[in-house]
Design a protein around this ligand. Structure first.
Ligand SMILES: Nc1nc2c(ncn2[C@@H]2O[C@H](COP(=O)(O)OP(=O)(O)OP(=O)(O)O)[C@@H](O)[C@H]2O)c(=O)[nH]1
Ligand SMILES: [Mg+2]
Length: 291
């Protein structure tokens, strides 16, 4: 099924007249699709240049061109996990974006692929956070490391790594707080966790900092990615709540500005509702090429 945005973009191309007004409309429309002013302008300019050359005839020519231009901005993260060495995903993001739900879904995803998964409840700030994660651990049949609420999140991560190393487990998924007394506190706490992980001998290839972005929040996704990337550096993105009418364009903007690869897309609240990012499928939906 065509998502709202893709269907409307297709309709816009269908009525393309190649006059000034059309390119303005196109630019506005791309901005509305969360692509940001700069990217929207450059794409509209590129389309204009091709129209002048007489190279765009059918609606699908326009769609294919925009797909190619957007595709240049997006990269995909390799989501495979080793069975010989311990991997750790530090899952980050502001409150309510879907961190804990995504972790539960990722645990199920990697369990299905034969991996042993350990959950680490490093959101010790919100009292009920560890309980929420523990419910998932019980349902999924995986281990969890937690401490009393209010304890040091770095210490939870330290324990989790020690424990997973001792048991030879494959993957630790670390749930983190999305909110603390203030933003600076949160980022400082995350930087401490980052240091502990590096100090425990998990090398870069097996340590991924993944930010969860709520696809329904438009432009906010870009500023959140920028904030976390600057504070501790990001290795990948997880786009959550993509089962709604979310447009997803912000992902392209983040790719353009920060070059962060996309890892997973979440499409619902069930354990099976997460998939490695499929760039082709994502772009087809965005430009309305999906049948
Ligand atoms: N429809 C839909 N809902 C989702 C998805 N991912 C998460 N949610 C919902 O979003 C809400 C927030 O999810 P959480 O996983 O608790 O978010 P969080 O980032 O851990 O929140 P905090 O712990 O408060 O920072 C819940 O109601 C989830 O069920 C998704 O892919 N699709
Ligand atoms: Mg949470």
């Amino acid at each position: 099924m065509l998502k709202g945005f893709g269907a409307r973009l297709k309709a816009l191309f269908g009525g393309a007249r190649g006059d000034e007004r059309f390119f303005e409309e196109l630019e506005d429309f791309l901005i509305e699709g969360d692509l940001g002013g700069q990217l929207a302008m450059s794409i509209s300019d590129e389309v204009q240049a091709r129209v002048k050359e007489g190279r765009l005839k059918e609606t699908s020519d326009y769609q294919a061109l925009v797909k190619r231009l957007l595709g240049e901005k997006l990269t995909t993260m390799d989501c495979t996990v080793s069975k010989r060495e311990l991997t750790l995903f530090l899952v980050l993001g502001v409150n309510g974006v879907g961190k804990t739900t995504s972790i539960a879904k990722l645990a199920a995803y990697y369990q299905r692929r034969g991996h042993t998964v350990l959950l680490a409840a490093a959101d010790t700030f919100r009292a009920a956070a560890a309980d929420q994660l523990e419910i998932h651990a019980r349902r999924l049949g995986c281990r969890i490391v937690r401490q009393a609420s209010g304890s040091d999140p770095g210490s939870v991560v330290f324990d989790a790594i020690t424990s997973a190393q001792a048991r030879g487990e494959d993957l630790i998924l670390v749930d983190t707080a999305g909110r603390m007394h203030n933003k600076e506190n949160l980022l400082k706490e995350l930087a401490k966790i980052d240091k502990i992980i590096k100090g425990r001998g998990i090398d870069e290839a097996h340590y991924k900092k993944l930010i969860v972005l709520d696809s329904t929040t438009g432009q906010n996704q870009v500023s959140q990615a920028e904030l976390f990337d600057k504070a501790i550096g990001l290795d990948g993105l997880i786009l959550s709540k993509y089962d709604s009418l979310a447009k997803g364009g912000a992902l392209v903007q983040i790719g353009d500005r920060l070059s962060i690869p996309v890892a997973f897309v979440g499409t619902g609240e069930g354990y099976g509702d997460i998939h490695p990012f499929d760039k082709d499928e994502f772009l087809d939906a965005l430009v309305g090429l999906t049948h």
